[in-house]
Design a protein around this ligand. Structure first.
Ligand SMILES: Nc1ncnc2c1ncn2[C@@H]1O[C@H](COP(=O)(O)OP(=O)(O)OP(=O)(O)O)[C@@H](O)[C@H]1O
Ligand SMILES: [Mg+2]
Length: 276
């Protein structure tokens, strides 16, 4: 999956600030240019203007192909209701990551309808209110993390949601603890291992307390203990979520519904007990 170039821009590059300031003494201001669409929000995720009974997300008749590539989505339809956890599986290259990017407005379908929080979204500008309300965990953690320290990365989203310094401090501490990362505030992000980055990336998403979570392979690269902790956290969360994973067992345990992305559409994927 090639992520749009602008997502690779980093507010700080490795080596810019080898020693991070602890958030307790002087909390870092968000980078002057917020380059990351998933956490660029300056809006609070409160009112979404959505009828309680209507789906949070509804896609219909989606056709999409990358330039010069064969069609990827061919009449794809999808729906996500409040509180629902939907698991998505599919072969490498079937379009799972592209599907999540499309929900954030990072790729646009050539045809079809995308309705989120009761509003039809067509142009990139129609998606501008979504970061913060929808949290996307990128497949590649390096697309998510761009601050020198863990605390700054986790604090960035809540700061942009207008939270106070005291609130942000508490959120950072609580979110890190939830994922078993107590005391990681001052660790240098770019020096973390792949699995460690995965956990911190997830922390940056959970810290915003979004109404919908889009999680692209949340447990990939995690050891069994960390994976179990992430699973327990996700199971506890009441939010609607879409979880992409190759770990079918995980999805079966966590999700209300499983879908397989195959030949450009979603098909229901029966749970193990229904298959046997
Ligand atoms: N920017 C791009 N330009 C052209 N083709 C792309 C681009 N991004 C992705 N693709 C292609 O689109 C297809 C779907 O990619 P995508 O990353 O959505 O698949 P995926 O289901 O997430 O795969 P994986 O399980 O490996 O993560 C792939 O064949 C990929 O090569
Ligand atoms: Mg992918």
């Amino acid at each position: 999956m090639t992520v749009p170039l602008h997502l690779h821009e980093r507010a700080a590059t490795p080596g810019d600030s080898p020693v991070a300031e602890p958030p307790e003494t002087s909390h870092p201001a968000p980078p002057a240019v917020a380059t990351h669409p998933a956490i660029q929000s300056s809006m609070r995720p409160d009112s979404v203007g959505c009828e309680p009974s209507s789906p949070l997300i509804r896609l219909d008749g989606i056709h999409f192909q990358y330039e010069g590539q064969p069609p990827l989505f061919q009449g794809l339809a999808f729906q996500l209701s409040a509180g629902e956890k939907v698991g998505i599986i599919g072969a490498n290259g079937s379009g799972k990551t592209t599907f999540l990017l499309m929900l954030m407005g990072l790729v646009q379908p050539q045809r079809g309808t995308i309705e989120i929080f009761g509003r039809v979204r067509t142009r990139p500008a129609d998606f501008e209110d979504l970061p913060g309300k929808i949290g996307l965990l990128f497949q590649d953690s390096d697309d998510q993390l761009f601050c020198p320290t863990v605390a700054e990365d986790v604090a960035f989203g809540p700061f942009n949601q207008g939270k106070s310094v005291a609130e942000v401090r508490q959120i950072v501490r609580r979110t890190l603890a939830e994922l078993g990362l107590e005391g990681w505030e001052n660790r240098i992000t770019y020096r973390l291992s792949g699995g460690e980055k995965r956990l911190v990336a997830l922390a940056t998403v959970l810290a915003m307390d979004p109404q919908i979570l889009l999680l692209d392979e949340p447990t990939t690269g995690l050891d069994p203990t960390a994976s179990a902790r992430v699973e327990a956290s996700l199971a506890r969360l009441p939010q609607a979520m879409i979880i992409v994973s190759h770990d079918r067992d995980l999805l079966e345990r966590l999700c209300h519904r499983l879908l397989i992305l195959q030949e450009g559409i979603f098909l229901p994927y029966p749970k193990e007990d229904a298959r046997s």
